[in-house]
Design a protein around this ligand. Structure first.
Ligand code: F6R
Length: 261
């Protein structure tokens, strides 16, 4: 795992967007795994700007999102399909039929999850998976005790996640209790994982995920098992990490990061 510290939220999001843009330019038919949530909004704003200003081309790109709430229609303003359409898909030249999210209103949710796994496999797997981290330590909606080998499935949300996301719904009582999510095992199959976390509210959980033990209690810690996982944080989210000096040295000196400094 690599940990990269940037001075603030804007710089961290810009770095993630530049890595995604590099992937898309290098491989125009890349398969991106995408995340929603407030942390990702700045990343998508950068990608939209790069599309407008530097003609970053999404015409060959295919995408698979991590998760969707059970019970929400695609045009529901709180659905993740709606979030993706508004923040990214409608604003770049991606073909909507190449963008995929689980259908939270499928009549047979089990079949929907199996089909989603098959769609990803048929696309050749995910080249680059974007991730946020929840205060419960989740990646996707893989809440505590999610099996580290889990695949796409229905998952009940924890009280921590319900509290975290309730403001978007106007209260906890209005929020769905379940979601479809790629499993931890599904995420670990991506060829590269890129997790972005910003703000002091994420400092504790980032320290646990990166420097703590690998545990299903903090599913982001499973990224320690991945051969190419990069965690990008701002100074606020890095505050509880013990090896901050080492991580800063990596970004400042390692040749891999030369073009990004
Ligand atoms: C959303 C997702 C979640 C979020 C996480 C952080 O698709 O997979 O894991 O990335 O809950 O959300 P924010 O960025 O709103 O703090």
């Amino acid at each position: 795992m690599e940990l990269i510290i940037q001075r603030d939220k804007a710089a961290a999001a810009a770095l993630v967007a530049r890595i995604v843009a590099h992937e898309v330019r290098t491989n125009p038919c890349t398969v991106l795994g995408l995340a929603t949530g407030s942390t990702m909004e700045a990343v998508y704003a950068h990608l939209v700007r790069m599309h407008r200003e530097t003609k970053l081309d999404f015409s060959g790109v295919r995408t698979f999102n991590l998760d969707e709430y059970v019970g929400l229609a695609p045009d529901d303003p709180n659905s993740y399909r709606h979030f993706m359409n508004e923040h990214l898909f409608k604003q770049v030249n991606i073909h909507l039929q190449n963008t995929h999210l689980p259908n939270g209103r499928a009549a047979d949710l089990g079949a929907e999850c199996r089909d989603y796994e098959k769609l990803m496999a048929d696309a050749g797997g995910i080249d680059l998976q974007l991730l946020g981290i929840g205060k419960s330590g989740h990646i996707g909606f893989n809440e505590p005790l999610s099996a580290l080998k889990s695949r796409t499935r229905e998952k009940a949300l924890t009280p921590t996640t319900i509290k975290q996301n309730a403001p978007f719904f106007g209260g906890e009582d209005k929020m769905p209790r379940r979601a479809i999510t790629m499993g931890v095992g599904t995420i670990l199959d991506a060829r590269r994982c890129l997790l972005l976390a910003t703000g002091e509210a994420k400092a504790d959980i980032i320290a646990q995920a990166v420097e703590g033990p690998i545990t299903s209690m903090v599913t982001a810690s499973a990224l320690q098992l991945h051969a190419k996982a990069t965690v990008i944080v701002d100074e606020a989210a890095a505050a509880k990490l013990k090896e901050r000096e080492y991580y800063r040295w990596i970004f400042a000196n390692e040749p891999e990061w030369e073009g990004y400094r």
